[in-house]
Design a protein around this ligand. Structure first.
Ligand SMILES: Nc1ncnc2c1ncn2[C@@H]1O[C@H](COP(=O)(O)OP(=O)(O)OP(=O)(O)O)[C@@H](O)[C@H]1O
Ligand SMILES: [Mg+2]
Length: 233
């Protein structure tokens, strides 16, 4: 059985009289340890799908199975446990705790989980060893995004969900972060999902899911994904 299964998932938002179908009968599956790249136009439902997988949004109908759990049917307490122990999430706009330093933001996340990785090591890997005692307001947008990525990876979650993790980063830093995500998925057997607007990086994924109009329009499997170092864009 696949690690993740999205089965006939619909997500509707009611805006007064109008119903918006963010997800319209979406189906896809993901194996454990896969690095998945999700692409598709704005409004296609990518963030909605990621938020649902992260236990942060409910569905209108269908089933979402993660690691043999039907997360669409979890009770509130079980959902909290799921988010805390199984999920690392990198938001499009970092969401750091402003009155904690960079390293404290990472430590905070690791304190609530069992098999966390060393915050200091991860800070070094994202290239922020020398900035770890700075507060978010003292860091650039790209640096804050790297703290957010460090925080998600340091939890050593089973499932790492990244919503445009490199949107705020320059070319070189972005590539460094994608390499960290590719290496982490290999080394820690972590299942990693990355939403991106940059279709050029799709070959780095073991699987590429293309969203269109609330549907996973196509799913492509790369037998031999390209190391990110070899991709230019
Ligand atoms: N809370 C909400 N209330 C109403 N409509 C919403 C809500 N969240 C998302 N939508 C709508 O659902 C659709 C899918 O949105 P979603 O954020 O998943 O798109 P996306 O593929 O992530 O787009 P982008 O690439 O721009 O981030 C859009 O039409 C959006 O306006
Ligand atoms: Mg989005």
């Amino acid at each position: 059985m696949p690690y993740i299964e999205f089965k006939n998932v619909c997500k509707e938002y009611k805006m007064g009289e109008v119903i918006i179908k963010a997800l319209d009968n979406t189906n896809f599956s993901i194996e454990k340890g896969e690095l998945v790249v999700i692409v598709g136009p704005s409004g296609a439902g990518k963030t909605t799908a990621l938020n649902i997988l992260g236990g942060m949004d409910s569905i209108t109908s269908g089933d979402v199975i993660v690691d043999n759990k039907n997360i669409s049917k979890l009770k509130n307490k079980e959902l909290i446990k799921y988010r805390r122990e199984d999920i690392g999430f990198v938001f499009q706009f970092y969401n750091l705790v402003q009155n904690l330093t960079a390293i404290e933001n990472v430590e905070l996340a690791t304190q609530i989980c069992k098999d966390s990785l060393s915050p200091d090591e991860i800070m070094e890997k994202v290239g922020l060893k020398d900035r770890k005692n700075n507060f978010p307001s003292q860091l650039s947008g790209g640096e804050q995004q790297r703290v957010a990525i460090a925080r998600a990876i340091a939890k050593n979650p089973k499932l790492l969900l990244c919503d445009e993790p490199t949107g705020a980063l320059d070319y070189k830093t972005g590539k460094q972060i994608l390499k960290l995500l590719q290496d982490t998925s290999r080394k820690e057997k972590m299942t990693v999902l990355i939403i991106t607007h940059n279709a050029a990086i799709a070959p780095m994924g073991d699987k590429v899911i293309r969203f269109k109009n609330g549907k996973a329009e196509s799913v492509e499997i790369n037998e031999s994904p390209t190391p990110i170092e070899e991709i230019e864009w």
